[in-house]
Design a protein around this ligand. Structure first.
Ligand SMILES: Cc1cc2nc3c(=O)[nH]c(=O)nc-3n(C[C@H](O)[C@H](O)[C@H](O)COP(=O)(O)O)c2cc1C
Length: 436
């Protein structure tokens, strides 16, 4: 069996606001009901978790303007994912709920307190997708002129994690006694300061909230650079990744396993889920037609502009300055943003012009899955058998039709083949994640 998650990315707010199947999405994406509805649908299909992406700015890396981001609702606007997790936790009882959180800008005490609070409110189902943030614009929203250097951010994140772990554990599990007869609510001897003084962070502690049901919330990570993988191998319970093709997926899993062993961890203690974007039709033929339509849409001026803006955001270098009919620019050593995502673009660009690379850019996915629900279910089973991986993360922009295709079409087909769970065995998110 393998695990399933849903990556609510691309500005997790309006997402597919402008498709044929958007319905009231563009108007209602700010309402709690929208998130509750999504979480309930995925819980019906026994997803392990859903993860909400985040960013801390409106990007203007392309042409120095916020136009593309806002006009197409590409990365912005969005709400704070932790607020959405609180809402979704009240509409569900088993699915894991993961909010993206920046280790560069969220003070450790605030992060630990928020995560422990959400863990209580969700009865042990919260996770944090830890990112280091990538753009100077984010840094400027927190009083800095420029963002920290790429690898230094991961050193900061490592210390941040250490402190957050200590704060989450600053209340022993039995500290709350609530003994009415003795008149004692919490046993002060079981609540400890952390007295942390590091290179980047200091905190006295303890938290002023008791430890959550999971103790430490589930930790998720996505950075694919060597520094990012090292951080993930040391700390994560789950990793979301987009290596290309079956060989790339295998190599990614093996690399993480080797790093985990070096950190004294068992590889089975971290689940690596690969992003996919399945095209599902009533029949295989219809799915292939839908794929052709998707590819044609990828060549529209709107999507091409968005891809150029995306490259600018990921690299921190304005792609408007490059000749579309010249070669893909050599950015070696110049990217302080998402290094692994830019490497993907550069690899796809070999021998092609920038225009060709943009026109034929891949949807963000590790392998292409196309067909009827049953065909796609079989493909997913074959891929997992070869990769020896832990599962998939659906990354299709969200509208209700897509959710129904996956939750009510693809997942039952996977369940019939015995490939995914048909119920949750445990109450806590981490226990379900580590079950197999
Ligand atoms: C699938 C995936 C999802 C990501 N989601 C986010 C996100 O929500 N917010 C964010 O700031 N960065 C996100 N990132 C970026 C990474 O977490 C990381 O901060 C960035 O890629 C730089 O790290 P790297 O150079 O190690 O790849 C994502 C990356 C991947 C591959």
């Amino acid at each position: 069996m393998f695990h399933l998650g849903w990556f609510v990315g691309g500005g997790f707010g309006p997402q597919a606001w402008n498709s044929q199947w958007s319905g009231t999405h563009g108007a209602e994406w700010t309402r709690g009901a929208f998130y509750a509805d999504l979480a309930r649908s995925l819980e019906r299909a026994c997803f392990d978790y859903l993860i909400l992406e985040d960013g801390l700015m409106i990007t203007d890396a392309y042409r120095g303007s916020m136009e593309v981001d806002l006009k197409y609702a590409w990365e912005s606007p969005r709400l704070d994912p932790m607020a959405a997790v609180a809402v979704m936790s009240q509409a569900t009882s088993r699915i894991g709920l993961v909010a993206t959180l920046s280790t560069s800008f969220y003070p450790p005490y605030m992060a630990a307190r928020m995560l422990v609070s959400l863990d209580h409110l969700s009865a042990g189902r919260v996770g944090a997708n830890l990112v280091t943030s990538s753009s100077h614009r984010s840094a400027q929203n927190f009083g800095l002129d420029e963002h920290f250097e790429h690898d230094l951010r991961y050193e900061m994140a490592d210390e941040w994690m250490d402190l957050v772990d200590r704060l989450c554990a600053s209340w022993e599990p039995q500290a709350v006694v609530a003994d009415q007869q003795a008149g004692v609510f919490a046993d002060f001897r079981k609540v400890h300061t952390v007295d942390f003084a590091g290179r980047f962070h200091r905190s006295r502690g303890p938290l002023n909230a008791p430890a959550g049901p999971q103790g430490r919330p589930v930790v998720c990570q996505a950075g694919g650079s060597p520094a990012g993988r090292e951080f993930a191998a040391k700390h994560s319970d789950t990793i979301i990744a987009v290596p290309h093709g079956i060989e790339g997926m295998k190599a990614y899993r093996e690399d993480i396993s080797a790093r985990m062993i070096r950190h004294g961890r068992k590889p089975t203690d971290c689940k690596v889920l690969f992003l996919v974007n399945p095209v599902i039709g009533e029949t295989d033929d219809q799915a292939r037609e839908l794929l052709a339509l998707r590819r044609a849409r990828q060549r529209s001026p709107e999507v091409m502009e968005t891809v150029l803006a995306q490259m600018s955001y990921f690299s921190g270098i304005d792609f408007a300055q490059f000749d579309l009919d010249g070669p893909f620019p050599d950015l070696t050593g110049r990217v302080n943003g998402h290094q692994s995502s830019m490497t993907r673009f550069a690899n796809a660009a070999a021998g092609r012009t920038l225009r060709e690379t943009v026109m034929d850019h891949d949807t963000v996915e590790s392998v292409e899955l196309v067909g009827s629900p049953d065909t796609v279910a079989a493909q997913m089973g074959e891929v997992m058998a070869e990769v020896g991986g832990d599962g998939f993360l659906i990354a299709t922009p969200v509208h209700r039709r897509v959710v129904a295709e996956i939750a009510d079409g693809l997942v039952p087909a996977l369940q019939r083949r015995g490939l995914v769970r048909t119920s949750y065995s445990h109450e806590l998110f981490r226990d379900n994640l580590l079950e197999f």
